[in-house]
Design a protein around this ligand. Structure first.
Ligand SMILES: Cc1cc2nc3c(=O)[nH]c(=O)nc-3n(C[C@H](O)[C@H](O)[C@H](O)COP(=O)(O)OP(=O)(O)OC[C@H]3O[C@@H](n4cnc5c(N)ncnc54)[C@H](O)[C@@H]3O)c2cc1C
Length: 316
């Protein structure tokens, strides 16, 4: 079905948000590659989103994107509706009580860290170095510098595929390392997060240290998706990749970063195919040299372009 066919099929009379057929996903992902979303939707607010989902036929797939810092969108495009929460309708941080913050899912992690500093709350400085949004952090259990999202979340408000609001406790989010066990079709709208009373100077110094670490250890100004693979239990993905001789490995316009070899880089002209091919080659070489199967941390979306399919090497 073409993008305009899907739009024509939907009842969108009451939609107040933006609906864009054939939206180029490369414009919103850090890798700057990828095909088109069949239909892209930025809801105006939770009521708009609920009405849209209630009228959306069951057979239309729904995909969520946040700030696109952990995504690889394949060239064949993403079928159905791709939703991105607008900053205006879903962003912002409000203090609630002594130690809690109510945080909208479209808030940038960096803004969350700044808001926690303003509220003299410790425990959020690690967000200062993560280039995603809170929705992505809730789904990925984003973490760094000894902190992680699971440790901050009290509860999460989400919307089901049927357009109903649900609330999940921290336990119901099913958190593990870079994993969230909450149903995959839930759209996270906001979260109640908790910190501990802290000294603003110490929090500020911690945020500076986070920035310093990023500048020296990660290719943060490149077109990348952050850490490509999860660290296997008790091991570092980058060490396994280095030992497999993959630092600098290049295919087409994509390569394994020289600076941090768990990062893949689009040199400028890479395709999603090049990037995924480098990733699968790394996985195969690491398995050959160490027997360890690396799991992708980056989320890959959509279909391959015809004739450009990549089967995971070695069948895993
Ligand atoms: C330079 C660089 C450094 C990075 N460093 C770190 C790091 O130190 N630690 C770390 O954990 N990550 C890191 N990342 C990865 C990334 O920033 C995090 O995973 C981040 O939490 C993703 O947020 P996002 O808004 O970009 O989500 P996206 O990449 O857009 O999406 C990621 C996943 O979240 C889902 N999602 C997004 N919003 C919602 C929502 N509202 N409801 C439900 N699901 C949603 C998407 O469907 C997708 O499955 C880094 C990335 C880059 C590019």
């Amino acid at each position: 079905m073409s993008s305009t066919d899907l739009l024509a099929r939907l009842d969108t009379r009451d939609v107040r948000g933006a609906l864009v057929p054939g939206f180029a996903l490369g414009d919103t992902t850090w890798f700057r590659v990828g095909g088109a979303a069949e239909l892209y939707y930025q809801p105006a607010d939770a009521e708009d989103l609920s009405g849209f989902l209630k009228r959306l036929p069951d057979d239309v797939p729904v995909t969520l994107v946040g700030l696109g810092s952990n995504l690889l969108a394949r060239e064949g495009g993403v079928d159905g509706v791709t939703i991105r929460l607008s900053q205006k309708g879903f962003g912002g941080v409000v203090r609630s009580g002594e130690t809690r913050l109510e945080v909208g899912a479209a808030t940038a992690d960096k803004m969350l860290a700044r808001a926690a500093l303003d509220a003299s709350l410790a425990g959020f400085a690690f967000y200062f170095g993560i280039p995603g949004g809170v929705g992505g952090a809730l789904r990925m259990n984003a973490g760094a510098n000894g902190g992680e999202t699971a440790a901050r979340v009290v509860s999460v408000t989400a919307m089901s595929r049927a357009g109903e609001i649900v609330t999940l406790t921290n336990a119901e989010m099913g958190y593990a390392y870079r994993h969230c066990g909450a149903p995959a079709d839930l759209i996270f709208l906001s979260a109640t997060m908790e910190g501990t009373p802290g000294d603003p100077e110490a929090i500020s110094a911690e945020m500076d240290a986070v920035t310093e670490h990023r500048e020296t250890a990660q290719p943060i100004r490149s077109k990348t998706g952050g850490s490509t693979f999860k660290n296997p239990p008790g091991q570092s993905a980058w060490k396994l990749i280095d030992a497999a001789g993959c630092r600098g490995l290049t295919i087409g316009g994509a390569h394994v970063s020289q600076m941090h070899c768990n990062f893949l880089i689009n040199e400028g002209e890479a395709t999603a195919f090049d990037i995924e091919m480098v990733g699968e080659t790394v996985r195969a070489r690491v398995f050959e040299t160490s027997g360890v199967r690396l799991d992708w941390e980056i989320k890959r979306l959509g279909r391959f372009a015809e004739g450009r399919e990549i089967e995971p090497f070695l069948g895993f």
